[in-house]
Design a binder for this molecule. Structure first.
Ligand code: ADP
Length: 397
């Protein structure tokens, strides 16, 4: 079975083609700057060979048509005909409270997705465009939606409600939804496999640390709490996002600086986080270099992030009544060995004792703590594989 995984953003399409029998990725690619000057596609075959195209891509349909051409290209293609694609799995950011698992897409599902546009105005509309376009261009293939929020629908009401007048939850669906669910599910599953124990017997804290970061408490295989909230702005400080701040700061700054809701939202999403604090960069490698050269604000930004991760690990240990494992994933979690060591230092009371030698790795599955006690580990995430597996499961049924 060959599955195409599609992730449509507002001006981009990320894609991967996976052969499920062979458990192999065939190709991955990215179409960028769709509808903007300078659009391009990078198409990389897993066994070598990269095709780079610079050409006008007026809309998502034009981009997906070109992607299909690449997939079936004589030299850079990996299938002879699109008929070889069994199904398409779409990453959909927001499933609201309606979707607690992946679904096969039909007319009703599409209508439901459109009714969720209010909750994810930047993400769900391009996701739906991607689905409709694939229905048109690959009509024989069933389409599946896999939601970033679905894994977190098991979070109990006392953890997902905000202490606002209850009517806002009823009227507008204001509650914690959580994101990165596909990654948290995949990584917690791999952590259990690495430990040789059933996931249903484990308490795992998954730290997905990248440009966007979130931490999830996975107890007995289900999400019981997560740091992101109504939107992906909540929780940890991130590359450019604030994370949690005292909500009273928002009207205060708006008044002082004479800002409109869009202005403050832009500041909180794009100009804050470690970029805002350091004034240097949202990229953790730049910050580590700057810190090494004595830059105090870079050091402050990194320390705030590290403290945040440490604090949430402790909080989620409390939420689950203990913890067996902490799994690090995402660009920073997988590669930032110094940062991992700093996060774990001070958590010995939880039974976590980092082993400097084992921790000296990047981007591969490995336990990084000393034997005995709780375990910390690195687990490279693979959201596309998880989307493909969920798609396969629905299509086989
Ligand atoms: P996204 O959330 O966009 O998927 P990624 O998961 O790719 O982001 O993470 C990107 C982040 O990972 C960047 O801040 C980058 O600096 C960080 N990163 C990548 N490699 C390293 C490294 N070797 N050390 C520390 N941070 C790293």
């Amino acid at each position: 079975m060959v599955i195409l995984v599609v992730n449509c953003g507002s001006s981009s399409v990320k894609y991967k083609l996976l052969d499920m029998q062979e458990k192999k990725e065939l190709v991955s690619g990215l179409a960028e700057r769709i509808g903007i000057e300078g659009s391009k596609i990078k198409h990389e075959k897993a066994d070598g060979g990269t095709l780079k195209l610079e050409q006008n891509l007026a809309d998502h349909k034009a981009a997906l048509e070109k992607i299909i051409e690449c997939l079936t290209d004589d030299e850079y293609g990996v299938v002879n005909d699109i008929a070889e694609i069994t199904a398409v799995g779409h990453r959909v950011v927001h499933g609201g409270e309606k979707f607690n698992k992946a679904v096969l897409i039909n007319e009703d599902v599409l209508n439901e997705l459109e009714s969720l546009f209010d909750l994810a105005p930047l993400h769900n509309p391009p996701n739906v465009v991607g689905i409709k376009t694939c229905q048109e261009l690959i009509p024989h293939a069933p389409q599946v939606a896999v939601f970033d929020t679905a894994f977190h629908q098991t979070i109990p009401d006392y953890a997902f409600n905000y202490a606002l007048p209850y009517q806002y939850y009823e009227k507008y669906g204001i509650r914690k939804y959580g994101f990165h669910g596909t990654s948290h599910k995949y990584v917690s599953g791999r952590a259990a496999t690495m430990l040789g124990k059933p996931l249903t017997d484990l308490k795992v804290v998954v730290c997905h640390l990248g440009n966007g970061s979130s931490i999830t408490a996975v107890k007995n295989g289900v999400s019981v709490d997560t740091t992101m909230g109504f939107t992906p702005l909540a929780g940890l400080p991130m590359g450019t996002r604030t994370g949690d701040i005292d909500p009273a700061i928002i009207p205060f700054i708006m008044e002082k600086e004479n800002l409109q809701p869009d202005d403050i939202s832009n500041i909180m999403n794009k100009k804050s986080g470690v970029l805002g604090v350091s004034g240097i960069s949202s990229d953790f490698r730049d910050l580590e270099d700057a810190e090494a050269n004595g830059n105090e604000r870079a050091a402050l930004a990194l320390n705030m992030f590290i403290y945040g991760v440490k604090r949430w690990i402790g909080a989620f240990g409390a939420a689950m009544g203990g913890l067996d494992a902490v799994a690090f994933t995402g660009g920073i979690g997988e590669n930032g060995k110094e940062l991992r060591e700093k996060v774990l230092t001070g958590l010995e009371y939880l039974g976590l004792e980092v082993d400097a030698e084992k921790n000296n790795i990047r981007g591969k599955e490995q336990i990084i703590t000393k034997d005995g006690g709780a375990v910390a580990m690195v687990v490279p995430t693979n959201e596309e594989l998880m989307i493909a597996k969920e798609t396969e499961a629905l299509v086989i049924k």
